[in-house]
Write a protein that binds this ligand. Sequence first.
Ligand SMILES: Cc1cc2nc3c(=O)[nH]c(=O)nc-3n(C[C@H](O)[C@H](O)[C@H](O)COP(=O)(O)O)c2cc1C
Length: 324
Amino acid sequence: MTVNLTTSFAGLELKNPIIASASPLTATPELCLNLEKAGAAAIVVKSIFEKSIAHNAHSLSSNLSHGEESDYLDGYIAEQMVSEWRNTLIGIKKLCSIPIIASIAAQSPSAWTRYAKVATEAGADAIEMNLMNVGLCTRHTKYGVVEQQFLDMVDCVRSATSLPVGVKLAANITNPAALVDRLVARGIKGVVLFNRPYPVDIDIEKGEYCVNSNTTSSTFLARPLRWTGILSAEIPSVDYALSGGVQSGEDVIKAILAGASAVCICSTLYKNGIEHIETMLATIRDWQERHFEETIDQFKGRMNASKEAFADELLRAQYLHYTV
Ligand SMILES: Cc1cc2nc3c(=O)[nH]c(=O)nc-3n(C[C@H](O)[C@H](O)[C@H](O)COP(=O)(O)O)c2cc1C
């Protein structure tokens, strides 16, 4: 039997379910071409961050000038940085033939709109909105306000581009199903479960905050696997990509059984090199052959919460029968 690995995510046709996630590994045209040659089906380019652009522009300009002049320089330098990002996207599109997804992490409506327009002009095939709620909540924030902010951000981007738009969701949303339902109503085509915030740690000798290990392991898979299984049953009208903890071909198969159309990978590329993509694809092919699954669609979502027995597992929160 010849197995077929093609799938689709957020309106993009993919030759297989493996997408290289946004990170420094996807920051330049050459790195993206290498990922394409290694077998990646699509690439999410390292995000443009409004906050870091504003911060870098301000520190550069305050070294050079003061007062009003500094404000003017801030804007000028920030524009240069956006222009560099545009050139990177154009360069990646020139070199690569697989779909290229521009990742945007902004806060202000003007930045969401501007970056979405730039990505569209640069020829990106889709946009991924990097949505995080860390930093958006205080004890005075009313329930639902953060979700409404996400919806407003989506409206900004959707009105600035006709490209397919996906969202990479924060993992600590109170009610992911209600949010995804509203996102889909606003025209979102793909949902990435989940975003991974910067992993903070404390160096107890130095008394400083530091970065915990940047990379994940398969144990991180539990949360996105559960929510992919639940959401793909509850809201099947949108594509899901599972992100966080996918290390191997076996993990990709689990993601698809739970209902994902694709996976986004980063840590395993850091740990095992980009050649690991071929090993993962070989594992998926071998499993499909052994299980007589000719296509990805054939087993996608087979173990999601639409079946009562699997819903029991996925919706179970307590360790009911666990003994030492
Ligand atoms: C060094 C590094 C940089 C990252 N940069 C970005 C980024 O620019 N935008 C983004 O959305 N995610 C970024 N991420 C998160 C990854 O895209 C991915 O969501 C996360 O690592 C979980 O997937 P994994 O378990 O395969 O690593 C970064 C991760 C790492 C390790």
